[in-house]
Each structure stands twice: as C-alpha cells, then as structure tokens.
Ligand binder design. Structure first.
Ligand code: SF4
Length: 346
C-alpha cells in the first residue's frame, strides 16, 4: 500500500499517531515546525527528532516532493520554472525581481478548465487540482533559488500562475493560512494576492471568511458580450453579479480590490472599453493594473502605444488609480502556461 504524504496529516492526527506508537504527543509540534516553518522534505532533516521516531515516520509516511524540472532566466532577471510533481505532471512558477522585492507567481492547478481565449494554460485542458503542499513546494523551491540568485527571500506572492485559484479554494486558502500563520512562515497577508477571473461564489465565500490577503480580479473587459468570448466562465458569472459580489466583499472586508486588465489590440483597448471599465468599478475602491499582452502563439496582439496611452488617460480623467505593468520575461515565454506548453511540444 502507498504511504500517505505526512503533510496531509493534521496536528491532531499526528498526535494520535504518536500516541499509537508510544511516543510523546509534544513531538507533533516539533514535526509541524519542521514541515511548515522550515519546509523540509525528508525526515532525516528533522534533527531534534529521535532516530527511532524518524524510522517510524519513514515507515508510515512519505513526502510527495516536487522538483525543479527546468528553469529559464530572462534578460530582465525574471526566472521561470517548470516543476515536476510526484505524479510526473508539470506546472509553472515564476520569480520576478524588482529592486528589493522578489515576487513569486504560483500555480494552483495542473492546467485549467476555464479555457480563457487569450491564455496558453487555457488551451492545455485541466488535469487536476494541486494539493496545498504542492503549492508550498513551489514556495520553498523558489525561495531557495531567490536567495541564491537575488540574495533575498521571496517578499511577495501572487496566485496568478496556472489554474483558477477559486476552483481549488480549500487547498489554496490552506496554503495561504500556512504561509501567513506564526506557526508557519509568518508572512504578512498584505504580501499575498489571490487573482481570479471572477468566480462569484468563491468571492462571496472569501468575504464571509474574512479573507486577509489581497484580492485581484482579472477583468480584462467590462462588457458581457465581449467577456463571454474572452473568458467563457463569464456566461455563468456575468458582470452584474461579479460587481455585486465585489461590493459585498469590500463591505465585509474593508479592502480595496485590484483590477487586472490585459490590454489586447482591437479587442479591449478602445475608449468605449475604458468607459465600461470605469462604470464597472464605480461602486467599490479599486486600483487598476493595466498589463501589456505577452503574445503567445495565439491570434491576439498587444495594444499599440497610442491606444494604451489614451486608455490610461481616460481612466485617470475619472480619478481612477492606474499602474501600467511592463510584461516581464518576454524572452522566456513567461506568460502563464507558455513554458509548459512549449516544453510539451518539444
Ligand atoms: S487566464 Fe487563468 S482562469 Fe483563464 S484559462 Fe488561464 S489560467 Fe485559467
């Protein structure tokens, strides 16, 4: 029989296991620290655990550890990783340095079922959700590489890699709880951003659970007809319902929403599109990140400089806070799903 991954054990289950083998239950706290504060991937690294107990742990449990399968470095410092999971599935992660800040872009699913028309991951189909400990493996592997390459730990996290985080709600929020817990990595929730294409049910659930990290909505176009084409899940999560859910979220959490908007040439970059976005944002506080489209081998192209400028001017004339984000890692196919897709082609 296959041994279970020890990281699936709750603290209570670990205590019960220790009692069942005549060990002291306080060892559960030590094991927890090794797993979630020090992020070890073997029992041998737990140096304050007696040898006999290490043998027992080895006999009953395993680590389904992920490894770095490939990595590619961009001229701008961005490093993209392909991780190979224990069942040979591939996912992506990206490290993006910027001054003293190092942002890790993290995946939540193998592939994605939502099939957004502009996204390389969307063309790959969906294989499975990630376990929370596979999300944590992305953190620990990239954190190590961040220290080696940039002399600094990861400072910020965005759930903006492969997959829709709210379709893997429990595992994603569990990973965020470990990252932010004082018994885990103790990272401030303000340094973590969950990015969704706007699943209404999940947003309301986050609101009800008083989600502490940042919430970003990949809106990309604020007209239902166009959005149905670009993001098919808009058919069941139309803009009016999404807008109401975001208002509910802001009322419950008192947090500002980040709006992500990828500018695509002649698709969503007209002044009418800008005005639609203003209307969508009118009932809650927002910060808008405009992102230049990182062209995959899809039919879409990035917006022209003129259209981008006019779009920004229109939003600013309505007193909206706008940042234009440069697309990073273009020379290494750093947009979501591109590297795994290229790797599979090869
Ligand atoms: S943009 Fe996000 S939600 Fe849409 S297909 Fe890509 S990974 Fe999935």
């Amino acid at each position: 029989m296959q041994k279970p991954d020890i990281r699936n054990c709750t603290d209570e289950e670990m205590k019960q296991f220790l009692i069942s083998i005549n060990e002291k239950p306080f060892r559960a706290k030590q094991i927890h620290e090794w797993l979630w504060k020090k992020n070890v991937h073997s029992f041998e690294e737990m140096i304050n655990i007696p040898k006999l107990l290490t043998e027992q742990l080895n006999a009953h449990f395993t680590f389904h550890t992920s490894i770095i399968d490939q990595e590619a470095s961009s001229e701008d410092g961005t490093i993209k990783f392909i991780f190979r999971l224990f069942d040979q599935q591939l996912i992506e992660g990206v490290l993006i340095p910027s001054g003293k800040r190092v942002t890790a872009c993290i995946s939540s699913q193998v592939g994605c079922p939502l099939k957004c028309d502009f996204c390389a991951t969307g063309t790959m189909g969906f294989t499975r959700n990630l376990h929370f400990w596979e999300i944590m493996d992305q953190f620990s592997l990239m954190n190590q590489r961040s220290i080696e390459s940039f002399g600094n730990h990861i400072t910020n996290f965005v759930f903006m890699g492969m997959g829709e985080p709210l379709l893997n709600y429990d595992q994603v929020t569990k990973a965020i709880n470990i990252l932010t817990s004082p018994q885990g990595n103790g990272i401030s929730p303000s340094r973590i951003t969950l990015s969704t294409v706007g699943l209404v049910k999940g947003i309301r659930k986050l609101a009800d659970e008083q989600f502490k990290a940042n919430l970003a909505i990949s809106i990309h176009v604020a007209n239902d007809q166009k959005r149905n084409q670009l993001i098919p899940t808009n058919l069941s999560n139309p803009l009016a319902e999404l807008q109401a859910a975001l208002k509910y979220y802001v009322d419950k959490t008192d947090q500002r929403i980040t709006i992500e908007y990828v500018l695509i040439d002649h698709v969503n970059d007209s002044l009418e599109d800008a005005e639609n976005l203003c209307r969508f944002c009118k009932s809650f506080p927002v910060k808008i990140n405009l992102i230049q489209y990182n062209a995959t081998d899809s039919k879409y192209r990035k917006s022209s400089i003129e259209n981008t400028k006019a779009f920004i001017q229109h939003l600013e004339s309505r007193n909206l806070i706008v940042n234009l984000r440069q697309s990073r890692g273009q020379d290494i196919a750093a947009a979501c799903g591109q590297l795994v897709k290229n790797s599979k082609k090869r």
